[in-house]
Design a binder for this molecule. Structure first.
Ligand code: MTE
Length: 318
């Protein structure tokens, strides 16, 4: 499998990016005669009606980190998505309705006082929810501003009780090829995995989203819980999390495994550091026809730049 995966990614450089992968995979899907149109699935509103946590939304807003504007239209943010498990197209939202988000168990393991599992509703019952409006910047240069509901990641870390040896927290997406068809494609290093250094996870800006636009988070956006680290490129924000493992080893994320020269561990937004094949100086907000300047740390430098002052030897911006 490893050899097969390596061969698959020994591709010309211009084809190895989320966008390049999307185009390449879309061609393959077309050749195979498959397509999203073959799946008739229920809409967003119907699927959300079944969520037992619905009464927790909307939650009070916390504007400590500002309220950037203009807000992206809900329809844009919930119908233009990256969730490769469901397909390499941006319009996977219908397909994602197949994901069952109850029951949903999160496994906590590794360097913790005591490993445990917790159901999403037990977890939600323990933590107050709040809303935060954050910028989101995809490495592909599109961006959005959306109101997430959830809790600071540090509250979740506190419940997990990591030991002093923990240096990283590794998060993984559900593995369920029967529902997530791309997971049958072994050219990708499933399950989708991402990680943060412990001080990043403990920074108050780092958020676990369980809601979006004052409602439970739609499946296509990562239900029932996803990471939101708004100063990093969007690929760090792992969706539909089923496990947190505390480790003393730096994890290698999904995209880093595929193409380490282009996608690194830190992945902090910096308009002055181009992607190897395109500029990161500007971005295109979803729903807008005009590009706007990208901000250092996506506009959150005052809250997070201090995390990196002692890490100057690292590749912080890729
Ligand atoms: N998480 C999983 N499991 N699978 C993915 O394909 N894509 C990432 C991130 N999290 C991805 C993921 C990328 S590249 C981006 S930009 C964001 O999700 C997109 O989040 P959104 O669809 O809610 O805008």
């Amino acid at each position: 499998m490893l050899i097969k995966r390596r061969r698959g990614w020994e591709l010309p450089e211009n084809r190895v990016t989320p966008e390049g992968i999307y185009l390449q995979r879309r061609d393959l899907v077309r050749v195979m005669g498959l397509g999203a149109a073959s799946l008739a699935l229920p809409g967003i509103a119907l699927a959300q009606g079944a969520d037992p946590s619905a009464a927790r939304y909307p939650a009070p807003r916390n504007d400590r980190y500002g309220v950037p504007t203009p807000m992206t239209a809900e329809k844009q943010a919930t119908t233009y998505n990256n969730f490769y498990e469901f397909g390499t197209d941006k319009s996977i939202w219908r397909d994602a309705q197949k994901l069952e988000v109850r029951p949903w168990t999160i496994k906590v393991s590794g360097l913790v006082e005591k490993p445990f599992e917790i159901g999403i509703d037990d977890l939600l019952a323990r933590l107050p929810l709040e809303e935060r409006v954050y910028r989101h910047r995809c490495v592909e240069t599109w961006s959005m501003i959306v109101p997430w509901t959830g809790f600071p990641m540090r509250s979740l870390v506190a419940l997990c009780k990591p030991t002093s040896g923990a240096q990283y927290v590794v998060m993984k997406t559900l593995s369920k090829p029967s529902v997530m068809p791309e997971q049958r494609d072994l050219l990708y290093p499933w399950p989708y995995t991402e990680g943060l250094a412990m001080d990043e996870a403990m920074n108050d800006l780092t958020f676990i989203a369980t809601g979006l636009y004052g409602k439970p988070i739609p499946k296509q956006n990562g239900a029932p819980l996803r990471l939101v680290a708004p100063w990093k490129y969007g690929f760090k924000n792992v969706k539909s999390i089923v496990s947190l493992e505390f480790s003393d080893k730096r994890p290698v994320g999904f995209w880093e495994k595929l193409q380490s020269q282009e996608y690194g561990f830190w992945a902090n937004v910096n308009p002055k550091v181009p992607h190897p094949r395109w500029s990161q100086a500007t971005e295109k907000p979803l729903g807008s026809s005009e590009r706007i300047p990208t901000l250092l740390y996506n506009g959150y430098a005052e809250f997070v730049a201090g995390l990196y002052t002692n890490r100057t030897a690292e590749k912080l911006y890729m």
